[in-house]
Write a protein that binds this ligand. Sequence first.
Ligand SMILES: NC(=O)c1ccc[n+]([C@@H]2O[C@H](COP(=O)([O-])OP(=O)(O)OC[C@H]3O[C@@H](n4cnc5c(N)ncnc54)[C@H](O)[C@@H]3O)[C@@H](O)[C@H]2O)c1
Length: 313
Amino acid sequence: MIEIRHVAIIGTGLMGCGIAQVFASHPDHCVTTFDSHTPASSVQQRIRENLERLVRKKVMAPKDLSAILSRISTAETMEAAAKTADLVIECIPEDMVLKQNLFCDLEKVCKPEAVFASNTSVMSITEIASKTRRRHRIVGTHFWNPPYLIPLVEVIKSDDTDERVMAATMAVLKKTGKHPVRVNKDVPGFLANRLQHALWREAISIVAHGIADAATVDEAIRMGFGLRLPVLGPMENADMVGNDLVLSIHNYILPHLENSPLPSPLLQERVDKGELGFKTGKGFQDWSPEQIEQSRKRLTEYLIDTLSAPKGA
Ligand SMILES: NC(=O)c1ccc[n+]([C@@H]2O[C@H](COP(=O)([O-])OP(=O)(O)OC[C@H]3O[C@@H](n4cnc5c(N)ncnc54)[C@H](O)[C@@H]3O)[C@@H](O)[C@H]2O)c1
């Protein structure tokens, strides 16, 4: 079994910082980071803010905060961060050539047995790995934002990933307290984003066709089947209600569901008008600065409270 203790994170933006925090939370790990633009002090500061939130919510002891931070160091070069690492995770922008070039650079400086991972949201792991000689050692690790709170990590096997690399990646993620799921095929959107965006496409279509407004769509989900989702996914739910019933419903409803292979014209129109959502204060709905802050706070606090609740409570 490949043993992973030293983890290098390349790119410490939104995701890289959170992922560094995840690995540093286990005492067996040390983490080195490198970013071509972000200063070292900002990495420590952002992770400290996340940890302080957990301390304030009393789900982490204050002494753990400094221990976790002490396990993270920032390097001046990519080589210094990665050369002795057992696992290198790239969290640089979603750009195929940038990621391909990074793995080519990494294989020149890393240990032969190092595992390489990409945190790409949707791009092909096989294609990202295609320019390197070590493509069998490259795996997808798709963390979800915020990575220090959302348990799921999709572990994606490319056409070339070695089974031992899959096993070591699944094992180290479990050890850090994450919930890895294995994705057997390297398809666009992997597993969870395919599901998520199938729902979003229908949600936007419902608004576009005037069936309900944006707030009502979200309300119907939050107050309805959304409540069941943490304990009952669609596959178990289908078995629960009976596949004969699901078949009848699908025979009737599927021809009426949105199946466009292109983004909704309504979404395109919003973007063309500069109505980008929280970024501009207007999207499918209007957002004041207070509402934006409330929305973000509600999500973070909900995740912390739900994930820290005693099992069975
Ligand atoms: N934002 C999300 O919600 C989310 C969720 C899951 C996966 N992802 C994926 O994670 C990756 C990173 O996303 P992000 O949101 O953290 O991006 P980000 O823009 O916040 O951070 C990217 C960081 O990479 C640095 N960088 C750029 N080129 C570099 C290089 N060659 N070497 C070292 N550092 C470099 C930048 O300075 C920046 O700090 C992307 O592939 C993205 O698709 C994002």
